[in-house]
Every structure is written in structure tokens, then in C-alpha cells.
Design a protein around this ligand. Sequence first.
Ligand code: ATP
Length: 233
Amino acid sequence: MLELSDVDTSYDAVPMLRGVAMNVRPGELVCLLGPNGAGKTTTFMTVCGVVRAQRGKVAVLGRDMATLGTENLAALGVGLVPEGRRLFPSLTVIENLRLGYDAVSGRGPNFAAQLDKMSNLFPRIRERLRQVAGTLSGGEQAMVALARALIGEPRLVIMDEPSLGLSPKLIGEYFEITREIHRRGTTILLIEQNAEMGLGIADRGYVLVKGKVAQEGPAKELLSSKAARSLYL
Ligand SMILES: Nc1ncnc2c1ncn2[C@@H]1O[C@H](COP(=O)(O)OP(=O)(O)OP(=O)(O)O)[C@@H](O)[C@H]1O
């Protein structure tokens, strides 16, 4: 579903990712961890084609990101949840969700049916559908950003630090929904700083440190590994 082979990126002359190799197989939930500045968001941007790899290859759903534009990812079946939610603040919740749906060009069931499905999955936003997104609480915005990525029924969802800024109670709720989406068959790459929560629902994990994969393995092993803990805590 997703493969990075020997990927290097840099910001101007400053190297960032160095020889990053990672993959996400069909049906997996993979967690990418790492301390501040490790290059997690750079990895997200590289996978999306916003930052271009200088070396190596990025393949998303079998397509080479060297030639595929970011704008084609939604239609291909990739749902993105960028850091900071990136909702359209002056549009209503329904309008934000409609944009997510239209980006996939109306595949699958109709919008009303999909909206109903999202309202069931996220009861918190059901009564806020006509509210302007910029006036929602941070937690509600996080739910809308995830619903916008899911409403087109993507095969692969990539989330960049979705729990940032949420209260502990909301983080628990958010991870529970993520686990449920995964259980229903969606493949997920979850980029997260909250190692306990991320690895708690993941199948496998990668630990990124200073632009390099420092450790990888089954989530349970990483959770109990002293070396992994010392790398990111
Ligand atoms: N557009 C840019 N131009 C120059 N440097 C950048 C740019 N974006 C990120 N960087 C630098 O690249 C490094 C990695 O940043 P990145 O945002 O990928 O880290 P991160 O692991 O997501 O960190 P955090 O958890 O703090 O969000 C940082 O040192 C950052 O300052």
C-alpha cells in the first residue's frame, strides 16, 4: 500500500531524511514514532509528494510519487489527515466533508449516506454539521478532519500527529475510533508522538530519529523494548 525505499530529502542544503525505508502492507496499522524534529512531518510530506525525494523511491498504492501529483491522491483512494487539521475554517462542517467526498469524485454510496455513516462514527459532530468549522473546539475539529479523510472510503489513510492538543479523554476516544476504522479493514499509517497510544493500537512500528529509521518491529516488541523507549522518550 505504501513503500519508501532508501529515501533522502533535504531542505535546501540541509539533509533531513536519510536512507528511510519503510512500508505499510494491506490491512495493517503502522505507527511512525519519533521525537520532535525527527522528520515525521517531512516523511508525511514526502509520501504526499509535497516534498520531493532527492534519492530513493516513494510508492503509494503502487504509484510512483515522482510522477503522481498530490492532488491525485484522494481519487486514488488515499485519505490524508495533515498536522493541524487544516479544515476550511469559514466553511461549515458539511461543506468541509463535501470537499473530502468530491475529491474522490463520488465513488461508492451517495453523499447523504456517507454523511450519515460519518455522523454515526463521530457522534460528537452529528449535531454540529451546520456549524462553521473554525468555531468548533479542537477535539471536534480533529474528528471532522478524520471524517473528511474517511468520507470517500479510502483504502489507505495517513494521519500526522492527530492527537496533538487533545485532552487525555479525547485522545482515548480518537484512538478508539482509529482502531475501529482499522478493524473494518482500512490500512493506516499513523504518525504519532504518543508512543503508548500509537503502538497500543498498531500492528507494527518504526522509530525515526534524526531523519533515520533507528528501530522497527512489531508494535508489542517496540512497546516493551528499552532501546526503543530510550530513543523516543
Ligand atoms: N520547510 C522547511 N524548511 C526548512 N526546514 C524545515 C522545513 N520543514 C521542516 N524543517 C526542519 O526539518 C526538521 C524535521 O521537521 P519535521 O516537521 O519533519 O519533524 P517532526 O518529527 O514532525 O517534528 P514535530 O514532532 O516537532 O512536529 C526540523 O528540524 C525542521 O525545522
